[in-house]
Design a protein around this ligand. Structure first.
Ligand SMILES: [Ca+2]
Length: 340
């Protein structure tokens, strides 16, 4: 039996004691590199402490907040600690010495965020992050969340109530509905139809899945309504959130559109939706990962925490999971259990 004890880590160098039968080993990175076949579990456990130390080739961005700063991010506001605090917190794997970032929004209308301008531009990307709403967070406050953005980063967060034209931007953020606490994607794109006062006038983001009504006014496309009910989100626990955004074939014909949106909560697949009109030109591509908490008005002092953030050209999955290798299935829960 393998038993793994938790010890504090310093920076990205992590020490663990593994008891294998009666034999105890202290693993350093060098030791882990030398493990023999059949002892993959040890290497896997080391990697999970800071998965960014050993990223998969398809990952285009990774941050586990173990560097002691937010320099890898591109925010104009400099991420001051009043709103963006790196702090010690056990994180999704309940490990002593782990670090996370906490976003708290100042009183009143406003937001706190982390902006990453990605190294290239992309037609299709996955983003996965772990997040926790702090105990005391008020789900009843109007809010917007985190996701992927396509277009000029200076349009990020701009254009509320305005329908994108197919050449400027599209974006999807994941956030809990304040009435039900169930996560939905809030999406700005040329094909918006759910909350448009006039097709040529003011138009607000669509929800996926559309759970606003039973189809009478808002959720008029049955294929966009819920087929899997997103779970009711709770404070005080970590969630593994992953989304897929695919711009699809550039077209001026909404009926021919094939853009894709999908998301997963702790591995539960909520979508996909694959008939979305995101763009009319191939020049419009995904540019930014945006981790954010925005409040329209008054809200709790408590906010959200993030850890283990990855952007990839292929499915990411939970920490330690490789969804591309079905022969080795593992869930976040099974990996986490290794640490107990
Ligand atoms: Ca961390």
């Amino acid at each position: 039996m393998i038993r793994i004890l938790k010890l504090p880590s310093t920076g990205t160098i992590c020490w663990m004691i593994v008891s294998l039968a009666s034999l105890s080993l202290i693993l350093t990175p060098a030791v882990v590199q030398a493990v023999a076949p059949g002892e993959e579990i040890k290497a896997m456990v080391y990697q999970e402490i800071d998965e960014c130390a050993n990223p998969r080739p398809e990952w285009v961005f990774c941050n586990c907040f173990e560097d002691g700063n937010l320099d890898i991010w591109d925010d104009y506001d400099g991420n001051p600690p009043e709103t963006n605090l790196i702090m010690e917190e056990p994180g999704p794997l309940d490990l002593a010495g782990n670090h996370v970032v906490r976003l708290r929004v100042p009183p009143g209308r406003g937001g706190a965020d982390l902006v990453k301008v990605l190294p290239e531009t992309y037609d299709r990307l996955y983003a996965r992050w772990y997040m926790k709403w702090e105990p005391g967070y008020d789900f009843g406050a109007r809010n917007h969340g985190s996701g992927l953005f396509a277009g000029d980063r200076n349009l990020l967060g701009a254009g509320a109530g305005y329908r994108p034209d197919g050449t400027d931007k599209f974006t999807a953020t994941l956030e809990p509905r304040r009435d039900t606490r169930r996560m939905n994607a809030y999406v700005y794109y040329p094909g918006m139809y759910q909350d448009c006062v006039d097709p040529e006038g003011m138009c607000w983001g669509d929800a996926f899945p559309c759970m606003i009504d039973e189809g009478a006014v808002f959720c008029t496309k049955p294929q966009h309504r819920e087929t899997v009910l997103p779970p009711v989100m709770q404070t005080g626990r970590w969630y593994c959130i992953e989304m897929l955004l695919d711009g699809g074939t550039p077209t001026s014909d909404p009926g021919a559109a094939d853009g894709i949106l999908n998301f997963w909560i702790d591995g539960l697949e909520i979508g996909p939706w694959d008939d979305l009109w995101f763009r009319s030109t191939p020049d419009l591509k995904i540019t930014v990962l945006w981790l954010a908490l925005f409040h329209h008005d008054e809200h709790s002092v408590e906010g959200i925490m993030f850890d283990n953030v990855v952007v990839s050209t292929s499915r990411i999955g939970a920490i330690g999971e490789d969804p591309g290798s079905p022969a080795e299935p593992s869930s976040w829960g099974s990996v986490k259990s290794l640490y107990r």
